[in-house]
Ligand binder design. Structure first.
Ligand code: GAL
Length: 718
């Protein structure tokens, strides 16, 4: 609808030459503002302020400049009857599209909405660049005739301002006023449906086929619990009809369900089966045995220099002599005993399987702290995730102090003062510590980068016990901008420089390039010393994002991944995410999350969890702790899947595995359920002589025909 409104409006605008117009549907569209870049002049948002010297700015259009404030002033006319004739007269919607990075909006001088945290608010700035600004405003604030909308914007770096559409003002409809949610994170067997409303509405609410007359009131939501089978796809239909206006809304919820069978009580060795370390580097390896605790561990075949703590299952020490060592581990608990084999390769290559662990960015954004990182580190162990091979705890942006010391060293800021303590805790538990920086002067979050201090930073990180570096281009872009021509070599240069300093450390530092796939990084990342490289921009927790980043942009990249060097389609957007702004459950449905994790496993992608682990729920744990899915990701052959078939709404991605078998994902990209004959579709995808099929999520034999829910997947091994 937005598109045809835009067309209509642009016609209107050309005809009457104004910058605000009312469309046929009664929406007021604002496409032009008086604009001022810099700190706000006194009284700037008052109706009487003189803005005649301000420039004119189109909406949407961005400006260039760093760390800047800007102000927008827009006068617009509210036609007679705009409020009075609306079906719901109490609330007007101000849709301010998207704004880089933060904003505060005022109507006729009074605040109506705010997103993000600007420097002037105190504390750490917090961007809200990807939040759709929908401000609900008391309609009594709108006057018939002339009104004034003013918006203060703060932009962190480079291009700032409004994007994604003009400003639109309209009266609320039922869908704006009533919200329906289904919360199911505690236990995947019943979900709580909540229907709330911003205004009083006499409604008929229908949930799962049962209708009820309800009077919805602000702050008095209507709730109903629905039980469902927590181990199979379910659907709960909810609709609300307003008797008075005749408007109705409908939503189908697909509550979360758990596919991974519970882990046995007996010990079970999960992944990885191969580990690479360099001669003399400290080894931190926590045995990935799941099962009841306490557990006792034994090892045979440990090379000289390594020791196993029999109570904690942590292997530590270092091995001087290059070579391959087959180590047999044994774990026992009150339910039984099991063995596991690890091939330790002491040589030049680390990250022989894709890195697994956690990173602070998708949950905490720039709002990190020592408590938050510690909480996730502890939860990695206590939730059992570490028993499945998740072992890196990576601190992303915003750990840096505001200036370097006199000797040039960059210490952490007060929010996270003791990174060494975090590292010590991780190492004692056989886990590893990651950090973040940029080859530029500043990081993406505006913190200090490593430009000019590369050696000093690498030495410092070594002394802190850092085992992983994510090195993010951001600030270095301004250096590239000054060069006459920019190609692969220019992009590679700063990464090679840091690589030299990392490799000269007496420890293994997994090197993660982050430059969003520019200059086909997959063709040169490995020769810059990288163990993994981001292949795309940032992921977010929507199906569109997973589609683009996973299903579209990874297609041609399979030749470039392998042991020691991986394509990185960014972190897992599962669990509680939010980039620092009020954590929420990932907006991906259960089936979308199964597809997300399945595709990443097929792609041999790093499995770095983006959600807050201290708040991990049953569904997310079940999703992340499927040992057979992880074994596909961690397969020692390291062969990345290709898209083998794309037909109607099906995509089949497959990869060979080291023991002569294959893994394939049959994805339903469509909106309805898809029934497939599994063998037929696999032979159409190019597989001949398909043996017995295993359903990897359910860990059981796969029937001949299977129903795959919308955006869901069937993962098979054969
Ligand atoms: C982005 C990067 C994110 C995160 C962020 C930190 O460029 O892609 O993953 O690290 O910077 O500011």
């Amino acid at each position: 609808m937005r598109n045809w409104i835009l067309i209509l409006v642009s016609c209107l605008v050309t005809v009457i030459g104004a910058h605000a117009a009312v469309t046929g549907t009664g929406e007021i569209v604002l496409q032009e503002a008086r604009f001022h870049l810099g700190d706000a002049p006194a009284g700037w948002s008052e109706p009487g302020f003189d803005d005649s010297s301000w420039q004119t700015m189109a909406i949407p259009e961005k400006w260039h400049g760093e760390g800047m404030y800007a102000q927008y002033r827009i006068r617009f006319q509210v036609p007679k009857g705009f409020v009075k004739k609306a079906p719901y007269r109490k609330i007007a919607i101000f849709d301010l599209a998207f704004i880089d990075d933060c904003d505060e909006a005022f109507l006729n001088g009074k605040p109506i909405g705010k997103s993000g945290r600007m420097p002037s608010d105190g504390g750490l700035p917090q961007s809200a660049w990807d939040k759709h600004r929908i401000y609900k405003v008391d309609a009594r604030q709108l006057k018939e005739g002339e009104n004034l909308l003013t918006v203060l914007v703060w932009n962190r770096r480079t291009r700032g301002g409004v994007y994604g559409g003009p400003f639109v003002i309209r009266m609320a409809q039922l869908e704006d006023l009533v919200s329906m949610t289904c919360s199911d994170d505690a236990d995947a067997t019943d979900c709580l449906i909540t229907v709330s409303s911003d205004v009083r509405i006499r409604a008929r609410v229908s949930i799962d086929g049962k209708e009820k007359r309800v009077c919805l009131r602000p702050r008095k939501p209507f709730k109903r619990e629905i039980a469902y089978d927590g181990s199979a796809p379910a659907q709960v239909a909810v609709s609300v009809r307003d008797k008075r206006t005749g408007q109705s809304i409908h939503k189908d919820f697909a509550p979360k369900y758990c596919l991974t069978p519970s882990a046995p009580n007996e010990p079970r060795y999960n992944s990885p089966s191969v580990l690479g370390v360099r001669p003399g580097s400290p080894v931190y390896f926590r045995l990935p045995f799941s099962g009841l605790r306490p557990m006792l561990f034994k090892a045979s075949g440990l090379p000289e220099g390594l020791a196993l703590d029999g109570d904690s299952g942590v292997v530590s020490g270092s091995v001087e002599k290059a070579g391959e060592y087959t180590i047999e581990f044994e774990a026992s608990n009150k339910a039984g005993t099991a063995k596991g084999t690890l091939l330790l390769k002491v040589g030049d290559t680390i990250a022989l399987t894709p890195p697994m662990g956690w990173n602070s960015w998708n949950c905490w954004g720039l709002d990190i702290s020592e408590e938050k990182v510690f909480a996730s580190a502890r939860a990695l162990i206590e939730s059992g995730l570490a028993d499945y091979g998740y072992n890196y705890v990576n601190i992303d942006d915003a750990w840096q102090g505001s200036s370097r010391s006199d000797d040039g060293s960059l210490l952490p800021n007060d929010n996270i003062p003791d990174i060494v303590a975090i590292g010590d805790f991780l190492h004692q538990n056989g886990l590893r510590l990651g950090i973040y920086s940029s080859p530029g002067d500043l990081t993406c979050g505006g913190y200090l980068g490593s430009l000019g201090y590369e050696k000093m930073d690498a030495d410092m990180w070594n002394s802190w016990g850092v085992d992983y570096l994510k090195y993010d281009l951001c600030g270095y872009r301004s250096i590239l901008d000054t060069l006459p021509s920019v190609g692969k070599e220019e992009h590679k240069k700063p990464y090679l420089l840091m690589n030299g300093y990392l490799k000269s450390q007496p420890r293994d530092i997994c090197y993660s390039l982050c430059q969003y796939g520019l200059q086909e990084v997959w063709t040169w990342g490995a020769s810059a010393g990288a163990n993994l490289w981001r292949t795309t921009g940032d992921i977010t927790d929507t199906w569109e994002s997973v589609l683009r980043i996973g299903f579209t942009l990874q297609r041609e990249l399979w030749p470039y991944a392998g042991p020691g060097h991986w394509n990185d389609p960014d972190m897992l957007v599962v669990g509680k995410v939010g980039w620092g702004e009020g954590l929420r459950d990932s907006r991906l449905t259960a089936d979308e999350q199964y597809s997300h994790v399945s595709l990443w496993a097929l792609l041999a992608a790093p499995l770095i969890i983006g959600g807050d682990l201290s708040a991990v729920d049953k569904f997310t744990l079940n999703l992340l702790c499927n040992n057979e899915i992880i074994a596909i990701d961690q397969d020692p052959m390291g062969s990345q899947a290709r898209c083998l078939l794309e037909k109607d709404s099906v995509q089949v991605w497959g990869r060979p595995l080291s023991e002569g078998s294959y893994a394939a994902g049959i994805f339903n990209m469509g909106d309805g359920t898809l029934d497939v004959n599994v063998k037929d579709i696999l032979s159409e995808s190019g597989y001949a002589e398909i043996g017995p099929l295993r359903d990897v999520w359910r860990q059981q034999d796969c029937p001949e025909t299977v129903s795959i829910p919308s955006h869901g997947v069937l993962m098979v091994r054969f």
